[in-house]
Design a protein. Structure first.
Lengths: 257, 257
C-alpha cells in the first residue's frame, strides 16, 4: 500500500504528549496508518470539553516517536483536536484515537475527562473516534493489555462501518494477573462523585481549598461499564452528544411557560 | 415566611462574580429565597465541564449585593458548584441557577459552556438547575427581558415538580426592539463550529496561534433551540447527562469484539 493510501490516524490525549499511554497508542496506530499526534504540552486531566477562547496557543513540533509527525499544544485536548483538523493536518483524519489515559473514565467521568472530550470533539466532526483509558493512574502503568485491546478495536473501526457522529468510550481494567474476560458493549453506568471541600492554611495563615472526592456507584445494572470493569471485562460505551432530555419535553410543556 | 422556610437558591456563572448577568440573576433569585452566590473570580467562558484536580482553590467572601452571601472562587464553574454544595453551604440548595451568560449557549454549545456545565453539575447532584444565556456578548448588555424570563421560569421551577437529574438550558434572544414572542420547549439543535487555526508571529518572530470559528447550523427542524431563537422566542431545552448512544449498541455488538 502506498503512503497516500494509508489511513490518517489522529492521536491525542490529556496527560501530555510524552505520557507513556499516548506513546503506546501512537505506536499501535502506526501499524494501521500514517499517524499525526497533537497532544497537550502539559497534563490536562479533568479539563472536560474546555476550549481556549481568550488566549493564543503555543504549538511546536516535537520529536517523540520515529515516523510520527508530532506536535505539542499549550491548549486543552479539544483545542488539540480542533488545531489538528483545522490547521496542522493537510488531509482529514480517517480515525481519531485519544489516550491511552492514565486512569479511569467510565460512567459520568465522560463529562469531566479531557481524553473523552477529545473523542467527542472528533465525533462532532463526524470522524470515527475512540477514547481509551486504563484503570491505573501510575505514570509507569503496564499498558500491555491496553495495547492489545486498542489494536483490536482500531482494526475493527477501520474495517467496519462506524456509525455517524459517534465515538467510543473504552475502559480497560487494571492488570491483576488474571486474563481479561473479554470486551463488552455497555451503557454509561449511573454514578456520581461525592465531593468534599478540604480547607488548608498557607504558611502566611491564608486559607486555600482542595476539592477531593470518592466515586459512588448508583447503578445495579449488568449492562453498564461499571459492572463490566468490576468483572474484569473491557467496557466499550458508544457515545453521542445530544444532551436533550427528550422524555421530559412533555413535562415542561405542561408548565405553560 | 420565616427565613428558615425560604428556599436556598445557589447562583453561579462563568463570566465572573461581578458580571452584570450574574448580578441580575442573583437579584431576581432574591425575590424567591435566600441566595448563595459562588462564582468564578475571573472569566471562565468555554471551560465546559472542567474541574480543578491538581491545584488548590482560592475562595474568598466578596460583597457585591446586599443580603446575598457571595464568594469568588479561583476555579471553574463546576468547581464553584462543588465547593458550594460540599463546603460553603450549610444546607442543600433547593434550586441552582447559572448565568445570565453574556452570550449564546444553544445547540452544541451546551458542551463548551461553563454556564451550562455548572447547571449540569447541579443536575448530577439532583438539584433542580437552570442555565440562562442572553444572545448578547456585550458586558453592558440589556438584561431587562432576561430578568423577566428568569423570574417566570424560577417561579415555575420552585412550584412545579422538577424532573429528577435534569436541568434546563434557557437562551434569550437579543433585544431588537420587538417584544419576545414567547417561551418554547425545544430539543438541542444540530450544529457545529467551523474552526480555523490562525497563525501569528510575536515581535521576536515566534509563531503562536488563535482558534477562531463560525457556528454552522445543520438542522432544519422547527422544534429546535436554533429555530426558536431565530424566530425571537426564548428557547428552553431540558438537558440530561446520559451520553450513551443507545441506538448504536446493537451495531457495535455486531462487530464481535
Amino acid at each position: 500500500m502506498s503512503t497516500a493510501e494509508r489511513p490518517l490516524i489522529l492521536v491525542t490525549n490529556d496527560d501530555g504528549y510524552d505520557a507513556k499511554g499516548v506513546l503506546t497508542l501512537a505506536r499501535t496506530a502506526s501499524k494501521f496508518g500514517d499517524v499525526l499526534m497533537v497532544a497537550p504540552s502539559k497534563p490536562q486531566s479533568g479539563m472536560g470539553h474546555a476550549i481556549t477562547i481568550h488566549d493564543p496557543l503555543k504549538i511546536r513540533k516535537v520529536d517523540v516517536l520515529e515516523g510520527v509527525t508530532s506536535y505539542s499544544c499549550s491548549g486543552t485536548p479539544v483545542d488539540c483536536v480542533k488545531s489538528a483538523i483545522h490547521g496542522l493536518s493537510d488531509r482529514r483524519p480517517d480515525l481519531l484515537v485519544s489516550g491511552i489515559n492514565h486512569g479511569a473514565n467510565f460512567s459520568i467521568n465522560v463529562l469531566y475527562s479531557g481524553t473523552m472530550s477529545a473523542a467527542v470533539e472528533g465525533a462532532l466532526e463526524n470522524i470515527p473516534s475512540i477514547g481509551f483509558s486504563l484503570l491505573d493512574y501510575d505514570q509507569n502503568a503496564d499498558f500491555g493489555d491496553s495495547a492489545i485491546v486498542a489494536e483490536r478495536i482500531i482494526a475493527k473501526a477501520l474495517n467496519e462501518k462506524f456509525p455517524e457522529f459517534t465515538c467510543l468510550n473504552v475502559n480497560i481494567p487494571r492488570s491483576n494477573g488474571e486474563k481479561l474476560k473479554g470486551i463488552r458493549i455497555c451503557r454509561q453506568g449511573i454514578g456520581i462523585w461525592e465531593d468534599r471541600l478540604v480547607k488548608r492554611e498557607d504558611p502566611m495563615g491564608h486559607p486555600y481549598y482542595w476539592l477531593a472526592g470518592d466515586f459512588k456507584e448508583m447503578d445495579k445494572g449488568q449492562d453498564t461499564d461499571i459492572w463490566a470493569l468490576k468483572n474484569h471485562y473491557v467496557s466499550v460505551v458508544p457515545i453521542q452528544f445530544d444532551m436533550t432530555a427528550h422524555q421530559h419535553i412533555p413535562t415542561f410543556n405542561n408548565w405553560e411557560l
